[in-house]
Design a binder for this molecule. Structure first.
Ligand SMILES: Cc1ncc(COP(=O)(O)O)c(C=O)c1O
Length: 361
């Protein structure tokens, strides 16, 4: 068996111990004589797993008691609709911060339901920087303020939590959740698709403060109602049991790693290693993002006018480094270095990049 060093942006690499445990338990999970995929989601065994998963997530993120933790389906983009359908209530206005591709898709979807005020946009700097908080034109009557703490495609990350006063702050944390400690209490609602730092695609985590429940639009599908999902323990319909199980294994692994403080240290160091390699390449590799908002999770770079990007991709794949091609919207390269990527994997990439430069620079 040869496992590549996987820099995929999502679905992304999962921790090897979680995959190995899943492999061992595939045919007979928890001595029930069947796989976890083949038993009722309402069985005692599965309900215990679901409960433990929530407990582990609460522990890792120190989620206060007045927040619901939901595991729903539909991916992060379904939340682009569920957020306005649940939080607008009798208000018609919502503030959005535009920092790039994913915030723009969230804005586009929200416009189906709300009067969207783009309170700040990074368009003027080509989405390479985050507009300073004091430039934001927030609407005090907005039902909520939505932002994207990490723009996965360009690799632009907030290293601060915006202060938006009394208006609930909503965050699409798909590509940064669980990468370091988080002050959940600063948010009204957090959501994240699983496929980067939580588990396989097909399950989405929503963390929502209780006072925001019970405001759901009557026209919203019942499965979109956060309050009903809270009451049902996220089990209004048949849940993606295998995904939930994989999430439980990933969270267990995270706890074994020493929790999110430790992950934060590891992730910061990994990112530093890679950005140093880029910055010290004398312009052979270029990252276009303002230094203060460079992502720890998605490190983007291009090879300037060298004309050897396709060679870089071919050679890196041959060297067992996969998933480095940048998103089609921006081109170049992207190394996604989520929790499951160890420092040693980043070191191999840096050695490859230095060697490649020596031969092609
Ligand atoms: C920040 C962010 N938001 C939303 C999405 C879309 O998620 P999904 O494909 O689960 O709808 C992604 C990409 O996976 C993302 O990186």
């Amino acid at each position: 068996m040869t496992r590549a060093i996987n820099f995929s942006a999502g679905p992304a690499a999962l921790p090897l111990p979680a995959l190995q445990q899943a492999k061992e338990e595939l045919l007979d999970w928890n001595s029930v004589g069947a796989s976890v995929m083949e038993i009722s989601h309402r069985s005692r065994e599965f309900m215990d797993l679901a409960q433990q998963t929530e407990t582990d997530l609460r522990e890792l993120l120190t989620i206060p008691q007045d927040y619901s933790v939901l595991f729903v389906q539909g991916g992060a983009q379904t939340q682009f609709s569920m957020v306005p359908l649940n939080l607008l209530s009798d208000k018609n206005e919502a503030d959005y911060i535009d920092t790039g591709y994913w915030s723009q898709l969230a804005i586009k979807e929200a416009r189906r339901y709300a009067e969207v005020n783009v309170a700040a946009s990074a368009e003027a700097n080509g989405f390479t920087d985050i507009p300073r908080r004091d430039s934001w034109q927030l609407n005090p009557d907005a039902a909520y303020v939505h932002y994207t703490p990490n723009e996965t495609i360009t690799g632009v990350e907030f290293h601060w939590i915006p202060d938006v006063g009394e208006v609930p702050l909503v965050a699409d944390m798909s590509s940064t959740i669980l990468s370091r400690p988080l002050d959940v209490g600063r948010y009204g609602l957090i959501y994240a698709g699983a496929q980067k730092n939580i588990g396989p695609a097909g399950i989405t985590v929503v963390i929502v403060r209780h006072d925001l429940l019970g405001r759901t639009s009557k026209s919203a599908p019942k499965l979109f109602d956060y309050q009903q999902q809270t009451k049902a323990g996220s089990m209004m319909n048949t849940v993606p049991t295998f995904n939930w199980y994989m999430v439980s294994l990933v969270l267990k692994w995270l706890k074994q790693q020493g929790g999110l403080s430790r992950m934060g240290e590891v992730n910061q160091r990994k990112a530093r290693t890679l950005y140093e390699c880029i910055d010290e390449s004398g312009g052979f590799y270029r990252n276009r993002i303002a230094k203060k908002c460079r992502s720890w999770m998605n490190v983007t770079f291009d090879l300037g006018d060298s004309g050897v990007e396709s060679v870089f991709l071919e050679e890196s794949e041959r060297a067992g480094l996969i998933g480095l091609k940048g998103h089609r919207a921006v081109g170049g390269m992207r190394a996604s270095i989520y929790n499951a990527m160890p420092q040693s994997g980043v070191d191999v990439l840096v050695n490859f990049m230095q060697d490649f430069q020596a031969r092609h620079g």
